[in-house]
Design a protein around this ligand. Structure first.
Ligand SMILES: [Zn+2]
Length: 87
């Protein structure tokens, strides 16, 4: 690749990113690279996406509780069975 597909600047032979506009192979040589690198919102500013990046995934995950519920249920069942058969 000799020139940047995004801005047309001359690139060094094995350039991993364009020195002019900052786009690179990982960003698909797009203009987004620039705004992402600068951390500035552009016209297509996605607030949901912003929240995800800043505060992590939005969904509240109760998965941390579930294993505890399983253990509790099984222990209760075992306790009940023990009481039922060996009383
Ligand atoms: Zn460029």
């Amino acid at each position: 690749m000799d020139t940047c597909p995004n801005c047309g600047a001359d690139l060094p032979k094995k350039a991993m990113a364009c020195p002019e506009c900052g786009s690179c192979e990982q960003t698909g040589w797009s203009e987004d690279a620039k705004s992402d690198a600068l951390g500035l919102p552009d016209d297509s500013f996605d607030y949901e996406d912003y929240l995800k990046r800043e505060f992590g995934p939005r969904e509240v995950r109760p998965r941390g509780i579930r294993p505890l519920w399983w253990v509790t249920s099984i222990l209760l069942l075992l306790a009940w069975l023990t009481w039922f058969f060996w009383r």
